[in-house]
Design a binder for this molecule. Structure first.
Ligand code: ARG
Length: 467
């Protein structure tokens, strides 16, 4: 028997029932649903719909249902359509008919919107801890690998030497922005829809502001029609998750590339690499490839939700039930990837010899141009002279640092013997001592900043009615 069976002569067809049911996935919001019911019962009591005795009865029943969930004792019935109806059905079994009063002035439309917001609010700190965990690993690596030089790339072509620490930290800051973006969502999330009813608001004078603070929300939604259909917070969550996925994918792609024999900059620990069933020599970076692959899946979840929302008219439509699967999947995906990437990077071996061997003197061609600028030559002209030096060295089949002083002076009379210092990669890195640059001094300042922002807590634990 459904909770809405009154106006129907026949039961819903079995296959239609299965399509309609959201229980397989929305049972993840059981505890949030119970919380919302508790505060709704408080509201109904204060509005004079429940007597104090009925109120206490309902609270006692809800507490019992909560323990059943917590102790994994809760038994779903075949007639449970979704988590809201399952809890209401069980409450009635526990308390008897008084449970029937709980749904006064409430609809599953405002209930599901509230439960879902609450679920995301309560889940964000866990997600934040995974992101902060990976950041901590990147900080550690940056600290230990401070002396190591590597080639920096643009267009995947060798560009300029950089510090490996600087490179590690280049993957720290996107994660910091991700953490901030997730935290900023709370501003939109923490508006309470409860009291909006099915669409037009509740007839009972329930103090929505009081319900909002009991649940730890910051405010109440302003328009009941909007409140039951607003899924902006779902889109925001999925966008943030997708962008995090893209950041992780970029990092993963670099590791896949740098662990090839061609590069050999890194070697994965056995515990984070996989073998081939056919080729005994293989050590594959599957966990990074999966990270890269799952970034595509995350983006698909966002695209699916946005496409669902795009076609909808105002207020609640059943299409909205499709919003939970992508959010749970996105969270589960990030919760699966982040600890693995953290472990893999914590244990990855660096090969400083291969890294510095990949730095050739042509990568200091910009330094040569800068040297000429310091001698008073305009940068454009300096660029041409340095370009000609690169060409002259290539013609002779030698590197820039082996080109004779005579040849250099033919290119420009301002060039002196000190030109050869330009080709020392360590010095090249040290010269980039601008804040945010790759010089060791600048990287140390950056590292200190990274440590201090990484430690900032983005979520305060608010004591709410339902803890
Ligand atoms: N299971 C539904 C959902 O997740 C709950 C709301 C149902 N509302 C309704 N009018 N049928 O969206």
């Amino acid at each position: 028997m459904t909770l809405w069976g009154g106006r129907f002569k026949e039961n819903l067809d079995k296959v239609a029932w299965q399509l309609n049911s959201s229980l397989p996935f929305d049972q993840r919001m059981a505890l949030q649903d119970i919380c919302c019911s508790e505060v709704w019962a408080d509201g109904l009591q204060r509005a004079g719909i429940l007597t104090e005795g009925e109120h206490q009865e309902i609270l006692r029943g809800l507490q019992e249902v909560r323990s059943e969930f917590q102790n994994k004792k809760f038994k779903f019935a075949g007639s449970d359509e979704d988590i809201h109806t399952a809890i209401e059905r069980r409450l009635a079994e526990v308390t008897g008919p008084v449970a029937g009063k709980l749904h006064s002035g409430r609809s599953r439309n405002d209930q599901v919107a509230t439960d879902f917001r609450l679920w995301i609010i309560q889940t964000l700190p866990e997600l934040d801890s995974y992101l902060a965990g990976l950041q901590a690993v990147l900080i550690d690596r940056a600290e230990t690998d401070m002396e190591i030089l590597m080639p920096g790339y643009t267009h995947l072509q060798r560009a300029q030497p950089i510090l490996l620490s600087h490179w590690w930290l280049s993957h720290f800051w996107p994660l910091q922005r991700d953490r901030e973006r997730f935290a900023q969502m709370v501003g939109h999330l923490a508006a309470l829809p409860l009291g909006s009813g099915a669409l037009a608001g509740s007839t009972f004078q329930v103090d929505r502001k009081a319900l909002s603070s009991s649940l730890g929300f910051a405010t109440i939604t302003k328009n009941s029609l909007d409140a039951v259909s607003d899924r902006d917070f779902v889109a925001e969550f999925l966008f943030n998750a997708s962008l995090t996925g893209i950041h992780l994918s970029k990092l993963a792609e670099a590791i896949v590339l740098f662990t090839t024999s061609e590069f050999g900059f890194f070697e994965l620990a056995d515990a984070f690499s996989t073998g081939s069933s056919l080729m005994p020599q293989k050590k594959n970076p599957d966990v990074f490839e999966l990270t890269r692959g799952k970034a595509g899946t995350l983006l698909g979840l966002l695209t699916g939700l946005m496409t669902t929302l795009k076609g909808l008219p105002s207020t609640y439509d059943k299409d909205l039930q499709e919003d939970k699967i992508p959010v749970f999947a996105a969270f589960d995906t990030l919760a699966a990837i982040l600890p693995v990437i953290s472990g893999a990077l914590e244990t990855i071996k660096t090969n400083p010899v291969k890294m510095s061997a990949a730095i050739d003197p042509s990568m200091m061609a910009t330094d040569l141009a800068d040297y000429l600028v310091m001698k008073g030559i305009a940068f454009r002209e300096a660029h041409t002279i340095a370009g000609k030096a690169v060409q002259a060295a290539a013609d002779e089949g030698i590197h820039l640092d082996k080109l004779s002083i005579k040849k250099y002076q033919n290119l420009s009379p301002v060039i002196e013997d000190d030109v050869y210092e330009v080709f020392n990669p360590k010095k090249s890195v040290e010269r980039r001592n601008v804040s945010g640059g790759t010089a060791p001094e600048a990287v140390k300042i950056q590292l200190a900043k990274a440590k201090s922002v990484q430690a900032i807590l983005h979520y305060q634990m608010v004591q709410t009615r339902c803890q």
